[in-house]
Ligand binder design. Structure first.
Ligand SMILES: Cc1ncc(COP(=O)(O)O)c(C=O)c1O
Length: 383
């Protein structure tokens, strides 16, 4: 039996590697604390769970869902976009529900990228932009995100390679925890319109912001509907990572193309989960305010502890991460190894997110308070 070249070319998924290391350490009896994956530790709000329970008991939800999502779910997304961003979406042609945004992100390249085509991805970045491109036979070019450019690429002089199809951006960023203003996003919209390429914007962390920062949608920008598709998710906003529900919205052409791929690959999201999604988007938003306050408190604890031990940090204003420069004399892998060996704490090395991630490690804030405090106390002692 021989597997395809296309999977041989894939790097191992970063978190599969990290899980392996954690299991190894645990097998040695170490009480490992993982600041690894950005998976919310808090439960899904009760009213959302109740909506799912009621819907699951209704036999009308038990059959194949619509490929395009329930009209009621798409309408709830449109209402939420109007309220939250002041953006008007046509539920019939500008929204495509996805089985979590990861699924849509991975499949976008199938709709746009032919073998040899070029996709620009931020470096460092959430790995799926690159993986989707590679699976479609595309070639990746990187847009480095560094402290020097404020973790936002200068697109004013952007000259894409021939056959460029997509440019990916993600703010608030995983892993750099940087945020972007609407004016910055406008430069990306302008560049993509000028060159006739799709701007794929990942807004999964739009609600995870601090110190009063309000993250924009790329669809607020002038001309965005001609060139942009935005991915969104209920995962982080409502602690629903396990439910697998998100969506893509924006350019009618891009939404239609992604939908065409999906109708041939999957059969949509369980209708009871879509009902829960409606409850999330239309329901009380107070749990979200509490969640934000909790992450901000945790962020402050991480930042102040690391500053105390001599690591210079600016508190990030978005995402559920802190992007931490490694101390002198270390690279990202050696520092991550030191934290695991000396403190039993797991952090992903920045290099795993791309070459420009070298020199950083990522701390996730989705760790229960007592474990976060314990992990930080161990780090303080070890360093
Ligand atoms: C930047 C970013 N985008 C998208 C996702 C995928 O989220 P989901 O598939 O749960 O919607 C993640 C998950 O961690 C992420 O960090």
């Amino acid at each position: 039996m021989q597997t395809a070249q296309r999977i041989a070319a894939l790097p191992p998924y970063l978190f599969a590697e990290i899980d392996r290391k954690i299991s190894e350490k645990r097998a040695q009896g170490v009480d490992v604390i993982s600041f690894g994956v950005g998976d919310p530790d808090q439960p899904t709000p009760a009213h959302i769970v109740a909506a799912m329970q009621a819907a699951a008991a209704d036999p009308s939800t038990h059959q194949y869902p619509s490929y395009y999502g329930m009209p009621e779910f798409r309408a709830a997304i449109a209402r939420w976009y109007a309220t939250r961003f002041g953006v008007t979406l046509d539920p019939g042609s500008q929204i495509q529900p996805c089985i979590g945004s990861k699924e849509g992100i991975a499949h976008l390249a199938t709709a746009f990228v032919d073998p040899g085509d070029v996709v620009y991805v931020p470096d460092p970045a959430y790995p799926v932009y690159e993986i989707g491109t590679l699976l479609a036979g595309g070639r990746v070019e990187v847009l480095p995100l560094t402290p020097d450019n404020g973790f936002f690429p200068d697109l004013s002089t952007f000259q894409p390679a021939p056959n460029t199809k997509i440019l990916w951006l993600n703010y608030p960023t995983n892993p750099c925890a940087a945020v972007a203003t609407r004016a910055q996003l406008q430069t990306a919209v302008d560049a993509c319109r000028e060159h006739g390429i799709l701007l794929a914007y990942d807004n999964a962390y739009s609600e995870m912001t601090f110190d009063g920062f309000v993250a924009p949608s790329v669809l607020e920008c002038e001309g965005a509907f001609e060139t942009a598709i935005e991915f969104h998710s209920l995962s982080k906003t409502y602690n629903m990572t396990g439910w697998r529900i998100g969506w893509a919205c924006g350019s009618t052409q891009a939404v239609e193309a992604l939908g065409r791929v999906k109708t041939n690959i999957d059969s949509g999201i369980f209708n009871a989960i879509q009902q829960a999604g409606i409850a999330a988007l239309d329901g009380p938003q107070e749990p979200l305010a509490d969640l934000r306050a909790m992450y901000q408190r945790r962020r402050d604890l991480v930042v102040s502890t690391l500053r105390d031990i001599g690591i210079d940090l600016t508190p990030p204003r978005g995402s559920v991460f802190v992007w931490v420069p490694v101390p002198q004399g270390h690279d990202s892998a050696s520092f991550a190894t030191l934290l695991l060996e000396e403190a039993g704490v797991v952090v992903p090395p920045g290099r795993g997110y791309g070459p420009s991630g070298e020199g950083f490690v990522r701390f996730s804030l989705t760790v229960p308070d007592d474990r976060l405090e314990e992990g930080l106390a161990r780090i303080r002692k070890a360093l």
